[in-house]
Design a protein around this ligand. Structure first.
Ligand code: AMP
Ligand code: MG
Length: 349
């Protein structure tokens, strides 16, 4: 299939391009589009055969359900059987924005979208291109991240192009995604709200509105409530080690690992904070990527997936990453870094 990549204005999207995207979606095809979190791979959420194409294009396991994107409350109403008071509060405070709500679904939602679960995950994005595209299509759009399954999420049109070229008819490219990290997935189907995946809205922000909020810990439960959390994710091709602890000791340890790696003829890449970069630079890694300042987690969030992808592009055999402080957006960043590193996490107090 020939893939067309169109550059679209991220603030005032061109009407013809939105119409073109909507026409493909109405015809049951896939369109990649920007959101404030990451790029989405969209399909008509009410059409099971269109949604099946998402799983095929991404190589996504079919037991991993899709987030449905809506542009207004009426569209969400047709998909949700029961709005709990907690869900209502979340809509008031956080929509449109990077918060996905898991709620009891109606029969309108095909089984393939919810992976056979009784609940559906819904979000109203705030990106003008996403909102206009959903509006014009007049349909809710199932849209997971527009990357090959297991790879880092795409935060630029170029990332999508590399993963989806030849697989989908259209990519709407509005450049970098403002947040660069996926939405928080929150179960508000009943009882105490539970975070199934940390993301753009922090636990602290949710607690300020909802009171008690729990966190699902997929490593403790055999069946995580968000099926996607059990898969290896965001993983670069090279081996990755995440280091957590004092910067001074991390820099020291990275120096050793770079030497060891070079001794074995490995290309070693480093992902680090702005503050540690000058010291690590002197240790001569093959790639040094600055994630951002320790004091600006939003900067780290927006650069993280670019850094992971760059390590692949430059064929790094070993990737050493400096952790960030937990709390707020830091919790979501660490969740992605831990998943990217698989089990290779070093605590260096
Ligand atoms: P992605 O679209 O790839 O960013 O991933 C969406 C995340 O939301 C995955 O971890 C899914 O397992 C989770 N998710 C989607 N739909 C549901 C649902 N109905 N119930 C629980 N988790 C869901
Ligand atoms: Mg994804």
């Amino acid at each position: 299939m020939e893939t067309k990549r169109c550059y679209i204005d991220g603030v005032h999207p061109e009407a013809e391009l939105i119409k073109e995207g909507a026409a493909w979606l109405q015809a049951g095809e896939l369109v990649a589009f920007p959101t404030e979190t990451v790029y989405g791979l969209g399909a008509n959420a009410l059409d099971a055969s269109a949604c099946l194409k998402i799983f095929e294009a991404k190589g996504r396991p079919q037991d991993n359900p899709l987030i449905v994107h809506v542009c207004n409350r009426a569209m969400a109403n047709s998909l949700v059987a029961n709005w709990t008071p907690e869900a209502e509060l979340c809509v008031q405070h956080f929509w449109p924005g990077p918060l996905t709500l898991v709620m009891q679904k109606t029969d309108k939602v095909p089984d393939i979208v919810s992976a056979g679960l009784a609940n559906v995950a819904i979000r109203m994005p705030s990106h003008p291109v996403a909102l206009r595209l959903i509006e014009e299509t007049g349909l809710p759009l199932a849209a997971p991240s527009a990357n090959l399954s297991g790879k880092p999420s795409p935060t630029s049109g170029s990332h999508v192009w590399r993963d989806m070229k030849g697989k989908i008819p259209l990519i709407l490219d509005a450049g970098a995604c403002p947040l660069g990290l996926e939405s928080t997935v929150l179960d508000v189907s009943g009882g105490v709200p539970m975070i199934l995946r940390p993301g753009g809205i922090s636990k602290e922000q949710l607690e300020a509105v909802l009171g008690e909020v729990r966190v699902d810990n997929p490593s403790e439960t055999l069946a995580p409530k968000a099926p996607g959390m059990k898969y290896r994710h965001y993983a670069p091709q090279g081996e990755m080690i995440l280091m957590i602890g004092s910067s001074e000791r991390i820099i020291q340890r990275m120096g050793l690992e770079i030497q060891k790696g070079h001794g074995r003829l490995k290309k070693v890449g480093v992902l680090c904070s702005l503050e540690s970069a000058p010291f690590l630079h002197n240790l001569l890694p093959d790639l040094l990527f600055v994630l951002g300042s320790k004091n600006r987690p939003e900067e780290v969030a927006s650069n993280l997936f670019e850094g992971l992808r760059l390590c692949d592009e430059r064929s790094m055999d070993l990737i050493l990453a400096e952790g960030v402080e937990e709390g707020g957006l830091g919790t979501a960043i660490m969740n992605r870094l831990q998943k990217a590193a698989g089990q290779r996490i070093l605590y260096i107090p």
